[in-house]
Write a protein that binds this ligand. Structure first.
Ligand code: FAD
Length: 307
């Protein structure tokens, strides 16, 4: 019931101003966001990298401003240089939203996003790591996959994200299941219309399993991004049935969610990667996390009432 309004609020500038001004929000945001700058995020990354892998997201999305897109690219370059200096090139990669690096600019948006993604992928390659392009709402899927195709010509290890709730995704999994292809499969975090997406939770779960089967049977590298114990168990079964060892696939979860399960999976020798967001542009990301779990919202509301 709360999911739709929260996802609408995630895109509202007025709601953003209210939430950002709420004094208690900051403490709550820190459950999901590692810090507002690189210096505060790096200690969390070092801690996690002891037993887990990491992908870092410099928060930002939907920019219409070329200077802001450029600032985001520079932040990624700075981040990657810092990861290299910290000797974390083999433990950490980066996740990038194309809408943060120019995809929505009125003039030459896609061209700018591709050039910027190339710069970030180049900086990643220089320290021995790679980049994964996050997936945003369905209006961007074709554009993002087109940019990924071009990016992979120079940086073949660049990864994609596919969202199981989209009706097209099983076919996209087939297209992206070839050798060398890295695909993160998630359920999907946006409010999508029935015409393009499954909206019933059970239907989404079934679609997730179908898409995962395609990826596990393929020749690429599946990245199982879910906190759902059933999806994780099924992923293990599909990996075993397809003769995949621990190095042939990985599990991914978000920073601050099911930490004990992350530790448990890593302790079993599985490749476990944590998605670590940081930066001041946390609003959209935070609202999507609230929308995923009503209990998060109730906790938030209770804190506002009792403060
Ligand atoms: P659900 O059925 O939603 O949740 C299963 C269980 O996990 C819940 O019962 C609860 O215990 C726990 N849980 C799930 N979410 C939360 C939460 N917010 N707070 C507390 N507990 C929670 N989506 C995109 O659209 N594009 C992307 O690029 C993208 N990248 C992602 C990268 C990673 C590494 C991960 C893990 C997710 C990503 N997502 C992305 C989000 C994803 O689409 C889902 O919205 C989110 O992961 C919740 O789905 P779930 O598979 O965990 O299953």
């Amino acid at each position: 019931m709360l999911r739709k309004p929260l996802l609408l609020a995630a895109r509202s500038a007025a709601c953003r101003r209210i939430v950002e001004r709420t004094p208690l929000t900051r403490a709550m945001v820190h459950r999901f966001v590692a810090g507002e700058d690189l210096d505060s995020a790096l200690p969390a990354v070092r801690d996690l990298a002891g037993d887990r892998l990491v992908t870092l997201d410099f928060l930002g999305e939907d920019t219409r401003d070329l200077a802001q897109a450029e600032a985001t690219v520079r932040a990624y370059e700075e981040l990657l240089a810092a990861l290299g200096e910290a000797g974390l090139g083999d433990r950490a990669e980066v996740s990038v939203k194309l809408s943060a690096v120019g995809q929505f600019l009125d003039r030459d948006g896609e061209k700018t996003a591709l050039e910027n993604a190339r710069r970030i992928a180049g900086a990643a390659a220089a320290i021995g790591t790679t980049v994964t392009l996050d997936m945003e709402d369905h209006t961007t899927t074709d554009s993002t996959l087109g940019i990924l195709r071009e990016l992979r010509e120079d940086f073949p290890s660049a990864g994609a994200v596919l969202q199981a709730y989209l009706r097209r995704t099983e076919a996209d999994c087939r297209d992206l299941s070839g050798a060398g292809s890295r695909v993160r499969l998630c359920k999907g975090a946006y409010d999508e219309p029935e015409s393009v997406a499954f909206r019933d939770k059970h239907e989404v779960d079934r679609a997730y399993v179908r898409a995962l089967r395609v990826l596990m049977e393929g020749e690429g590298y599946p990245m199982v991004a879910s906190h759902d114990p059933r999806m994780i168990a099924i992923a293990g079964e599909l990996a075993a049935a397809n003769g995949r060892g621990a190095d042939d696939h990985e599990y991914q979860m978000l920073y601050g969610i099911r930490d004990e399960e992350q530790v448990r999976l890593a302790g079993e020798g599985k490749r476990m990667r944590v998605y670590v967001p940081y930066g001041t542009e946390w609003y959209g990301y935070y609202m999507r996390r609230l929308a995923e779990r009503p209990a998060n919202m109730l906790f938030f509301a209770r804190s506002l009432i009792t403060r």
